[in-house]
Design a protein around this ligand. Structure first.
Ligand code: GDG
Length: 730
C-alpha cells in the first residue's frame, strides 16, 4: 500500500489548475479558480503535499514563468496553444464528450481533427506528469478531458500506480457506442489501476461498455475488468462537500437588512444545457398559472454563472433563458413584485452562503448531472428555518438524497406540483427531511470521499481470478453448434508459447501440444497454426501430424485435405530479401539481429533498451522501404514483408474456402487466437463471422472479439475446446 502521508506522494492531473492566470497591465495576475473539482481536490493536496498539473487557462509567452503561488503543493502548468484549446477543449471535450456523456447524442459534434489534437494534448499531459513522478507516488487523473493520459503515461512508466475519477456520468452502452473513438477512450481508462465514478449506475454502464465494446472480462461482483493482462478496478465514490466549511460560512454570512417577505426559490448553476434552466423557469411559470396563491408571494432567484461562452450551443441557451425570464416577468410582474431575479454572473462565496441559507426551496433540476454539489451545499447551509430541496432524479445526487422531493425535470407539470408541495410543506415535515439530509451529507463529506478513494487507489493491486472454463461456456457455447464443424486457428509465438528473448527458446510445452492434439483428433474440429515463422520452422516446433500449417504469415500453407499453397511471387522476393538482410545486419547493434524467413524477414529488437530500439527502428524502416518491402510492426520487432497484399487474413480465408467451400461461413464455426498486430488481419476478415481472441496487453484498439490475458488462458481455451461434448456420429 502507498503511504500518502509521505511528502509529494499525490500528483493530481486535471484540465484546469486551482488557479487561473490573467494578463494584468504589466504582470500576470493569479486568481483562484472556483467550481466543484477545485473545492474537492485542494484539501486533498494540502493534506498530502504533492503536485497539481493542469492548464493555467491562458497562453504563457516564451519568457514568462508561472508567478510563484503560495500553495502547500507545487503547481505545474501544461502549455497549450490557441488551436489546441479550440480543438481539445472546446471541440472534443466540450463539443463531443460532454454532451455524449450526459446522454445528449444529438448535440455532439465529432471531428477527427479535434480527436487528433485531444490525443496529442493528452500525451503532453502524460509527458509533463512523467517528468514530475517521485518514488512511490500516486497519479490521480481527473475527468473527461484527460481520458487518454493513462496509456501514454503507462508506456513511459509501466509500473506507476494510476487512478482516474470521472466527474460526469458514464452513459449507457447504447449512447456511448456512438462515439467514433469509443475503443480508444475505453482503452485509455484500462491503462489505470483504479477508476472512480459518482454512482453505481455509471460503474455498471462502464463495465457493460468494457465487456461489449472491448471484449474485456468483467467481474460484476468485485467490479473488476480485465483487459489483456491488466486488471482495473471500477467503483462508485459519491463525492461529498466540505460540509463544515459550508455550514460555518452559512452561520457567519450576512443577513440582508430587509428580510425578504417573499418565499425564495433558488437555482444556482453554471449556464449549461445539462442543468435544465429553461425547464425550471417554465415549471415556475406553470406554478404561477396553476397555483395563483403564489403570485406576489414567491420569487425565483436564478444564479447562472457564465460558462463556455465560445461554444455556439451555450450562446443560444443564454438567449433562450433571457427570453424566458423576460416573458415570465412581463406576464406576471406587478409594481411591487417581479417573479424572477436572474443573475447572470458568479457571486462571492459569502453571498452564495446567504442565498443558500435564506432560500425556502432549492430547485435543482438538471436534465442529467454527474453528481450536483449545489444540492449538497444548500443542505449544509440550511442553518436556520429549514427549507426544502426539490431535486431531479437525473442528478447523481438523487441516488443518496432520498428525503428531497424528487422530480422528473422533463415533466413541467410535475415539477410545478412539487414546487407547490415544497412551498406549502409544514415545519415538522421540512425539519424532518432536512435533518436526515444533513446527517447523511455531514457523514459522507468531502474528507470521507477522499479517504475512500485514496485508500482504494493506493491499496493492493486488483487481481482478477484466472480465466476459467466457465468463461468459455459463456463466450463460446452460444456460438458453436453441434451440427457444424469448428475451424480453430492458432498463432504460435505469444499465443501458444510466451514471448521470449530469442525465438529458438519459444518451445511448446507438452501440455499445450497434447491439448492441440486432442482438439485436432476430434472429428468436429480442424486445427490450423498460423505463424510469421517459416513453414518448416513452425512445423518442427509443433510436431503434430494431421493439422494445417501456414508459415510466413500465410505465404506458404500445407494441410490435410487442402491444396498446398505457395504464393507465386515468393521466389522473386526470396532473391531480394537476402541483400536486404545484409544491409540490416550492417546497421544492427549488439542485441539486435535479423531472421531470414524466405520471402520476408524479421529484425528482432527485443533485447535492446527502449532508446536503442527507437533509433534502430527508424533507420531500419528506411532500408526496408528502400528495398521495396513493406514494414510491419510485431512484438519488439520489425518485419519486412513483400508487398504482395497477402497476410494472415488471406491465409485464413484460403484455408476456409479450400476446406469448406466459398460459402464457408454457413458451413463452419471459426475461432482465431493471436497476440500480435499481424493477427489483426485475421481478426478483421473474421469480424462478424467468427470469434477471435487477442492475447496479452495492447493499448491500441483491436478488431478481436475478446481479450485474453496470457498464454495460460489460451490453454484454458484449448482445454475447453478439447473436452466439450462431441456430437454423436451419423
Ligand atoms: C461537475 C459535474 C459534479 C456555482 N455558482 C457559483 C459557485 N458555484 C459552485 C457551486 C458548486 C460548483 O460551482 C458547481 O458544482 P456542480 O456539482 O453543481 O456542477 P459542475 O460545475 O457541472 O461540476 C457535477 C461536479 O463536477 C463535481 O464532481 O457534481 O455533476 O457536472 O460548488 O457552489 N461558486 C461561487 N459563486 C457562484 O456564483 N463562489
Amino acid at each position: 500500500m502507498l503511504d500518502l502521508t509521505s511528502e509529494a506522494a499525490l500528483i493530481v492531473v486535471s484540465n484546469r489548475l486551482p488557479i487561473s492566470l490573467r494578463r494584468g497591465r504589466d504582470s500576470l495576475v493569479v486568481e483562484r479558480s472556483a467550481g466543484g473539482l477545485v473545492a474537492a481536490l485542494d484539501p486533498a493536496l494540502r493534506r498530502t503535499g504533492g503536485t497539481w498539473i493542469g492548464w493555467p487557462g491562458m497562453r504563457l509567452r516564451e519568457s514568462e514563468k508561472l508567478p510563484s503561488v503560495d500553495e502547500a503543493y507545487t503547481i505545474t502548468p501544461v502549455p497549450m496553444n490557441d488551436n489546441e484549446v479550440r480543438r481539445y477543449y472546446h471541440g472534443l471535450s466540450n463539443g463531443a464528450l460532454w454532451p455524449l456523456f450526459h446522454s445528449f447524442p444529438e448535440r455532439t459534434r465529432f471531428d477527427r481533427r479535434d480527436w487528433e489534437i485531444y490525443e496529442s494534448v493528452n500525451e503532453r499531459f502524460a509527458q509533463v506528469t512523467a517528468d514530475e513522478l517521485t518514488r512511490n507516488c500516486l497519479v490521480w487523473i481527473h475527468d473527461y478531458h484527460l481520458m487518454r493520459v493513462g496509456p501514454h503515461l503507462r508506456r513511459r512508466c509501466p509500473n506507476q500506480r494510476i487512478a482516474f475519477f470521472l466527474h460526469i456520468p458514464f452513459p449507457s452502452y447504447d449512447i456511448y457506442r456512438t462515439l467514433p473513438w469509443y475503443r480508444e477512450v475505453l482503452i485509455g481508462l484500462m491503462a489505470c489501476d483504479q477508476v472512480g465514478f459518482h454512482c453505481p449506475g455509471y460503474v455498471r454502464n462502464f463495465l457493460d461498455c468494457a465487456e461489449r465494446l472491448l471484449g474485456a472480462r468483467v467481474d460484476r461482483d468485485k467490479n473488476l475488468v480485465q483487459f489483456g493482462a491488466r486488471t482495473v478496478r471500477a467503483d462508485a465514490f459519491p463525492l461529498g462537500i466540505d460540509y463544515e466549511g459550508h455550514e460555518r460560512r452559512a452561520r457567519s454570512a450576512p443577513h440582508s437588512a430587509r428580510r425578504d417577505s417573499h418565499k425564495v426559490i433558488l437555482g444556482v448553476d453554471r449556464l449549461d444545457y445539462t442543468k435544465g434552466i429553461p425547464g425550471r423557469i417554465r415549471a415556475f411559470e406553470r406554478l404561477l398559472e396553476v397555483y395563483p396563491e403564489h403570485r406576489e408571494r414567491a420569487v425565483l432567484i436564478q444564479v447562472a454563472v457564465p460558462s463556455r461562452g465560445q461554444v455556439a450551443e451555450y450562446q443560444a441557451l443564454k438567449r433562450e433563458i433571457d427570453e424566458l425570464v423576460g416573458r415570465v416577468n412581463g406576464r406576471f410582474a406587478t409594481s411591487e413584485w417581479s417573479p424572477i431575479r436572474y443573475l447572470y454572473r458568479s457571486v462571492s462565496p459569502e453571498r452564495l452562503a446567504s442565498l443558500y441559507r435564506d432560500a425556502d426551496v432549492a430547485l435543482v433540476t438538471p436534465l442529467r448531472d454527474g453528481m450536483n454539489l449545489v444540492a449538497k451545499e444548500f443542505v449544509a447551509s440550511q442553518t436556520e428555518d429549514p427549507g426544502v430541496l426539490v431535486l431531479s432524479r437525473m442528478a447523481g445526487a438523487a441516488e443518496s438524497m432520498h428525503e428531497a422531493l424528487m422530480v422528473n425535470p422533463y415533466n413541467i407539470d410535475g415539477v410545478a406540483n412539487s414546487l407547490h408541495q415544497a412551498l406549502t410543506m409544514d415545519f415538522q415535515d421540512r425539519a424532518n427531511r432536512m435533518r436526515a439530509l444533513q446527517r447523511r451529507e455531514r457523514r459522507h463529506d468531502l474528507h470521507a470521499w477522499l479517504e475512500g478513494f485514496l485508500s482504494a487507489a493506493s491499496g493492493p493491486a486488483a487481481q482478477m481470478r484466472p480465466t476459467a472454463l466457465q468463461d468459455f461456456d459463456l463466450w463460446l457455447s452460444p456460438y458453436l453448434r453441434s451440427d457444424l464443424q469448428l475451424a480453430l486457428f492458432l498463432d504460435y509465438d505469444g499465443t501458444l508459447t510466451p514471448i521470449v528473448s530469442h525465438p529458438s527458446q519459444a518451445v511448446l510445452d507438452d501440455e499445450t501440444r497434447e491439448l492441440i492434439q486432442r482438439c485436432g483428433a476430434r472429428s468436429d474440429t480442424d486445427v490450423s497454426i498460423v505463424s510469421g515463422r517459416k513453414l518448416d520452422d513452425v512445423r518442427s516446433l509443433v510436431r503434430l501430424p494431421g493439422i494445417t500449417y501456414a508459415g510466413n504469415h500465410g505465404l506458404e500453407i500445407v494441410g490435410p485435405g487442402i491444396e498446398s499453397f505457395s504464393h507465386e511471387d515468393v521466389p522473386h522476393y526470396q532473391k531480394r530479401i537476402a541483400s536486404l538482410a545484409q544491409e540490416l545486419e550492417h546497421i544492427c547493434i549488439e542485441g539486435a539481429w535479423v531472421e531470414e524467413k524466405g520471402a520476408s524477414l524479421t529484425l528482432h529488437l527485443r533485447a535492446l533498451s527502449h532508446l536503442d530500439q527507437r533509433s534502430l527502428d527508424s533507420r531500419a524502416r528506411e532500408l526496408i522501404l528502400e528495398a521495396g518491402f513493406q514494414v510491419r510492426e510485431a512484438h519488439c520487432a520489425l518485419e519486412a514483408r513483400p508487398p504482395i497484399g497477402w497476410d494472415k487474413g488471406h491465409a485464413v480465408l484460403y484455408v476456409l474456402r479450400e476446406r469448406y467451400g466459398p460459402a464457408w461461413s454457413e458451413n463452419v464455426r471459426t475461432i482465431y487466437a493471436g497476440d500480435d498486430r499481424t493477427d489483426e488481419d485475421a481478426f478483421r476478415v473474421l469480424s462478424g463471422l467468427g470469434v477471435s481472441f487477442r492475447i496479452g496487453n495492447t493499448d491500441t484498439p483491436t478488431q478481436a472479439t475478446r481479450q485474453l490475458p496470457d498464454v495460460e488462458s489460451v490453454k484454458t481455451l484449448l482445454r475447453w475446446l478439447a473436452s466439450r461434448p462431441e456430437a454423436p456420429q451419423g
